[in-house]
Design a protein around this ligand. Structure first.
Ligand SMILES: Cc1cc2nc3c(=O)[nH]c(=O)nc-3n(C[C@H](O)[C@H](O)[C@H](O)COP(=O)(O)O)c2cc1C
Length: 198
C-alpha cells in the first residue's frame, strides 16, 4: 500500500501548532505536507495587527485538494467561526464540489482562540458544514488523549480537535501540553486514514 497523503492546511497569524500535527502524522507513517490558504487582508491592516511574516509554506489552490487522501485543517477563531481567509478558500472549490472530487476523503481540524470559552468548539462545529457539502469524512479527536482531562493547567483543545489558547493579543505560544495533543491528533488521524485506505 502506498503511504496515505495528508495535507495540513492552515491559516495563522501568530501560532505554530501545524509542525507538531505534521510530526504526529509522520509518526503514523503518513506522508504529510503543510500548506497555507491565501491571505485576503491588506498589508496595512496586517501591519496594524502586528502580524509577523507568513509561515514559509506554499499557498494551497483548490485544485491541489484532489492530490491528497485527507486533510488536517488548522485555523484560529474569528468571532467563534473560521477566518474569512479560510472561507474564501472554500468558496473557490465549487468546481471540485460539482464533480464530487473530494467525496470520501477524510479531514480533521485544530484551532486556537484568545480565551477559554472564546469559541473553539463553535469554530470546529461550524466548519464541518464545508466538509459535509463536499462529502468529506470528519474524524474527531474524541477523548483519545489523557492530557485532555488535565484540569491542573489552562489549555485549549476539545473532542473536536487540538487547540491552544493564544491570549488577548495573540502572543501566547502553545504550551507543551497543547502541542503534545496536537501531535497526538496527527498520529490519531494518520492511523485512522491508513486503516481506511487499507
Ligand atoms: C477579527 C478577530 C476576531 C477574533 N475573534 C475571537 C473570538 O471570537 N474568540 C477568541 O477567543 N479569540 C478571537 N480572536 C483572537 C484570535 O482567535 C487569536 O488571536 C488566534 O487564535 C491566534 O491564532 P493564530 O496566531 O493562529 O491566528 C479574534 C481575533 C481577530 C483578529
Amino acid at each position: 500500500m502506498t503511504k496515505p497523503k495528508v495535507f495540513v492546511i492552515i491559516y495563522t497569524t501568530y501560532h505554530h501548532m501545524a509542525e507538531r500535527v505534521k510530526a504526529g502524522l509522520e509518526k503514523a507513517g503518513v506522508e504529510a505536507t503543510i500548506y497555507q490558504v491565501a491571505e485576503t487582508l491588506p498589508a496595512d491592516v496586517l501591519a496594524k495587527m502586528g502580524a509577523p511574516p507568513k509561515p514559509n509554506v506554499p499557498v494551497i489552490t483548490a485544485a491541489d485538494l484532489e492530490k491528497a487522501d485527507g486533510f488536517v485543517f488548522g485555523f484560529p477563531t474569528r468571532y467563534g467561526m473560521i477566518p474569512a481567509q479560510f472561507k474564501a478558500f472554500w468558496d473557490s472549490t465549487g468546481q471540485l464540489w460539482a464533480k464530487g472530487a473530494l467525496v470520501g476523503k477524510m479531514a480533521a481540524t485544530f484551532t486556537s482562540t484568545a480565551t477559554l470559552g472564546g469559541g473553539q468548539e463553535t469554530t470546529h462545529l461550524t466548519f464541518i458544514s464545508q466538509l459535509v457539502h463536499h462529502g468529506i469524512v470528519y474524524v474527531p479527536l474524541g477523548y483519545t488523549n489523557q492530557q485532555m482531562f488535565n484540569i491542573e493547567e489552562v489549555h485549549g483543545g476539545s473532542p473536536y480537535g487540538a487547540g491552544c489558547i493564544a491570549g488577548g493579543d495573540g502572543s501566547r505560544q502553545p504550551s507543551e501540553l497543547e502541542l503534545s495533543v496536537a501531535e497526538h491528533q496527527g498520529s490519531h488521524f494518520g492511523k485512522t486514514i491508513s486503516q481506511y485506505k487499507k
